[in-house]
Design a binder for this molecule. Structure first.
Ligand code: NAP
Length: 247
């Protein structure tokens, strides 16, 4: 049995590690190739885009893949849609592994928005101050026209495209602890945070620190998952589904 894991997340790596130890299953992990020095999972790894849904379908047939597990980041919507279409075309089982999103508590000061552009519009209405942006290195041009706020932009690799005139760039790879995040907020006198609803415990320390400091958080909602997809919330549940499938 061959399983294709569409990766780029900690969950994808963890699933590859678990399945790699199982008898009778061969894992191929697929990475987009967008991160420098990615952490590689065990087993076979292919890197780079496929070229679209038809090419993915051809790959599934050629490699005799039994199950495609889309364990990509909750905001990587295009590959999810393409892989789903390809799996339908190739007659391959398609499973989406998505960690649950975050939820605000009564002590949080969140504003939920549907897109990065709307996040930029929301930030423009906030009082002057420093805004920590952790939405990734792309599409930051949405904030570029805002000269009112000081931006602290934290990315893994250096960002692309135009940036706001008052920007401090930080390149760092998480996870960050609660104390790290509190120290960062204090050092840069951060007054607001813009982030995506990525979910999971690996990157939620910033939300706990923002709660502690009563900071405003502009939370970007996830894109929807295609209808009629089998969805599991954890690596353990994905493993269980896959093992049930081949027994
Ligand atoms: P996307 O917009 O959904 O995909 C853009 C294109 O990248 C896809 O059409 C596909 O190219 C290629 N691609 C994406 N994931 C791939 C994979 N696992 N294997 C092979 N090709 C892949 O995705 P994205 O937002 O650019 O994210 C790219 C990768 O970074 C994903 O694997 C994701 O898990 C990871 N990541 C994303 C975020 C985020 O915030 N978006 C955060 C952390 C990690 P073709 O059309 O040529 O097949």
């Amino acid at each position: 049995m061959r399983v294709l894991i569409l990766g780029g997340t900690g969950e994808a790596r963890a699933l590859a590690e678990r399945l790699h130890l199982s008898e009778g299953v061969e894992v191929i992990s697929s990475l987009a190739g967008t991160t420098r020095n990615p952490q590689l999972p065990p087993g076979l790894v292919r890197v780079g885009g496929f070229g679209g849904p038809r090419e993915i379908a051809a790959y599934l047939a050629k490699e005799r893949i039994s199950i495609v597990v889309d364990a990509t980041h909750p905001f990587a919507a295009k590959i999810t849609e393409n892989a789903r279409a390809a799996a339908v075309e190739a007659g391959t089982t398609f499973l989406v592994l998505r960690r649950p999103g975050w939820h605000a508590t009564a002590e949080d000061r969140w504003l939920r928005v549907a897109s990065l552009e709307l996040a930029a519009t929301a930030v423009a209405t906030l009082p002057p101050g420093a805004v920590l942006v952790t939405t990734g290195r792309r599409h930051l041009a949405a904030f570029a026209a805002d000269a009112q706020h000081h931006y602290v932009i934290r990315t893994v690799d250096p960002p692309e495209g135009p940036l706001p005139p008052r920007t401090t760039l930080l390149t760092a790879r998480g996870p960050f602890t609660y104390d790290d995040e509190l120290a960062l907020f204090r050092e840069h006198r951060v007054t607001a945070l813009v982030t995506k609803d990525s979910g999971g415990p690996m990157t939620d320390a910033k939300l706990l620190a923002a709660r502690q400091l009563r900071l405003r958080v502009v939370m970007i909602d996830r894109p929807p998952i295609p209808e009629d997809t089998i969805l599991v919330p954890s690596v353990a549940k994905a493993e269980k589904f896959i093992k049930a499938h081949w027994s």
